[in-house]
Design a protein around this ligand. Structure first.
Ligand code: SF4
Length: 350
């Protein structure tokens, strides 16, 4: 390699505070030790607090549906230790379910993260067929566990699919198509791409991050981010890459702006030293679309984040304590999006 790494990601909202013993999105560790014991009655754990934080996925959730947002960030809080059968536990388990498309995307991201992390450590790139074999094995065991709905029985739910939870009649060919076109197709396209070719020629010493969950402060609010891959090129510019398994969307560009603001905070890089790249793995040749991280684009991104944080806080009963009443987060009027939503049962929209 010119010397020679893609939430569940942990996607931002999927990090489990008990399993990981580390803060998840919105989780704060107060200084109040001893009020909470670990599940095994081991040493005392810090008290978990539901702090207000921001992420692009949180922003998108509120835009999709206010009730889904409340369920995911407030109604399910504490669900990791709530007894089975309680509403909070139900919301906690449901919010972790993925659609088949999200699942496929996370398989691709997870595979690339594993491969690139290993390459960073050992200098060796896994052959694509080996990476596909290991990913197929993971996919099969996740799919089988999901079909058994084992996510209801585990204290910290593993992978679960919305389609299994609601017994949607998905034909075998559709599952196969998802594997062939999205997972295998994306990974093969990545290996053949110019983007990967270039990455392999960058010395590992110039690799900055491989899909690691991190946070930074934006005007007093903690912001979560996980850059899929970042490296410094031969011109000294930070390249911030984002793997995409779906079609191009305008919001992807905002994501690169958030990455650039993070780069400024984390590595002290100005806009002229940062290049954003969206890599569309589902398109022929896995093309990279460069996105400007110029001062105007960053100002636009800051304004969007500021507005999003303001609108979230306006919905709270108590912004200081991050308390929210369900009554302020209505169900959608139209029922179309409910047909794919993991919360359709508690919402009464089966
Ligand atoms: S079922 Fe419909 S109203 Fe309920 S959270 Fe989902 S999208 Fe929103």
């Amino acid at each position: 390699m010119e010397g020679t790494r893609a939430r569940p990601a942990p996607t931002l909202s999927d990090t489990d505070p008990i399993r990981a013993h580390a803060p998840a999105e919105g989780v704060g560790l107060s200084a109040c030790w001893g009020r909470m014991r670990s599940p095994s009655h081991g040493p005392p754990m810090a008290e978990l607090t539901n702090d207000f934080t921001w992420s692009k996925s949180r922003h998108e959730k509120l835009k999709e549906c206010p009730r889904a947002y409340w369920n995911a960030y407030y109604g399910s809080w504490g669900g990791w230790e709530a007894p089975a059968g309680t509403p909070v536990r139900e919301l906690y388990v449901l919010k972790k379910l993925s659609s088949r498309w999200q699942w496929a995307g996370s398989l691709v991201h997870d595979a690339l993260r594993r491969m690139l992390t290993r390459a960073r450590r050992t200098g060796q790139v896994w052959p694509v067929d080996e990476l596909l074999a290991s990913t197929r094995q993971r996919a099969r065991s996740q799919w089988a566990a999901s079909r058994e709905k084992s996510y209801w029985r585990e204290p910290s739910p593993g992978y679960g699919l919305v389609e299994h939870e609601y017994a949607e009649p998905i034909p075998g060919e559709e599952w196969k198509r998802i594997w062939d076109e999205v997972v295998e197709g994306s990974l093969r396209a990545f290996y053949r791409s110019e983007v990967f070719d270039r990455i392999r020629r960058v010395p590992v010493a110039r690799w900055l991050t491989v899909d690691e969950l991190d946070s930074w402060q934006f005007e007093g609010t903690k912001v979560w981010v996980a850059v899929d891959f970042a490296y410094v090129d031969s011109d000294g510019r930070v390249n911030l890459l984002d793997w995409k398994t779906g079609r191009e969307r305008g919001v992807d560009h905002t994501q690169v702006g958030i990455y650039a603001l993070y780069a400024k905070d984390k590595w002290g890089m100005g806009p002229e030293q940062v290049v954003g790249g969206l890599v569309y793995l589902g398109a022929e040749g896995a093309p990279r679309v460069d996105v400007a991280a110029d001062p105007d684009a960053l100002d636009g991104c800051r304004a969007e984040m500021r507005e999003s944080i303001k609108s979230m806080k306006e919905l709270l009963d108590d912004p200081q304590q991050n308390r929210a009443s369900v009554e302020r987060f209505p169900l959608l009027d139209g029922r179309d999006p409910c047909r794919r939503c993991p919360f359709r049962r508690p919402c009464g929209r089966l």
